[in-house]
Design a protein around this ligand. Structure first.
Ligand code: 0L1
Ligand code: MG
Length: 251
């Protein structure tokens, strides 16, 4: 299997499959990002538009759940945007997680980006929910597997309230995660690398190592604040943020 074949195979996966690393045992992280980039190329060839990036595995809750302590980056396209009120499409085994979402006002290029310089490039911050859907059975994978799978991305929804980042303390911004009316988890922005701007800086610096930058207008999902919860048929998952409003996903 080569990079192009792996990207096409993962893009075409509609039910659980074995981790890529089982048939490609020496798959490394750099090759996995090449697979991710090739999958983006194939998505664009079929008409999708790049709208930003997501970080994954930026909180301890997520790292402990997945047994991987290295954050990852993945691409977001317009096909992944779930407008308010639109039900989550049928997926393999979706899980939902609350995230803080930045919209960039200007280009942010590493290396050497700090949390402060990162935050200065942000136009607005929103609350959001990401729906992840690993193509791998039981969400069991190595870091290269998850990178190749574009960070388990499926779709995401951005909440109704966007504010300039200077108007809220994002380390203290709280999210309550609710499933069918029950609060199942809580976290503040500090769960994400100490401050979500640290995750944004991490993204800019990691992209710089690949000769890329974060572009104006891009969305940046900074990573699940809590562990992700299964999104079962008929259930409602809501995230309530302290200053950034609420949003609800249904199936
Ligand atoms: O958004 C995420 O945190 C996903 C990272 C990839 C691993 C996973 O499926 O949790
Ligand atoms: Mg996420």
């Amino acid at each position: 299997m080569n990079v192009r074949e792996a990207a096409a195979a993962l893009l075409g996966t509609v039910s659980e499959r074995a981790p890529l690393s089982e048939e490609w045992p020496d798959l490394d992280v750099d090759t996995a990002y090449a697979i991710q980039d090739e999958a983006l190329r194939q998505r664009r060839a079929r008409g999708e538009t790049l709208v930003g990036v997501k970080l994954g595995l930026t909180s301890r809750a997520k790292q402990q759940r997945m047994g991987i302590d290295t954050p990852l980056l993945a691409w977001l396209t317009d096909a992944m945007v779930l407008p308010a009120g639109v039900p989550v499409p049928s997926l393999i085994h979706p899980r939902a997680e609350p995230e803080l979402v930045f919209v960039l006002g200007r280009r942010l290029a590493g290396p050497g980006v700090t949390a402060a310089t990162a935050l200065a490039a942000v136009d607005r911050v929103y609350g959001g929910i990401e729906v992840i859907d690993s193509r791998y059975a039981d969400y069991r994978f190595t870091l290269p597997d998850a990178v190749a799978d574009n960070g388990s991305s499926a779709c995401f929804s951005v909440g109704p309230v966007g504010v300039p980042p200077s108007t809220v303390d994002l380390s203290l911004e709280a999210a309550l995660l609710e499933v069918d009316g029950q609060i199942v988890d809580t976290a503040t922005g500090a769960a994400v690398q100490g401050h979500p701007a640290e995750a944004l800086a991490l993204a800019a610096n990691a992209l710089a190592a690949r000769g890329l930058a974060l572009e104006p207008g891009w969305l940046v999902l900074t990573g699940g604040m809590t562990d992700a919860v299964p999104l079962r048929p008929g259930s409602r998952v809501a995230a309530h943020f302290s200053h950034l409003g609420s949003l609800t996903l249904t199936t």
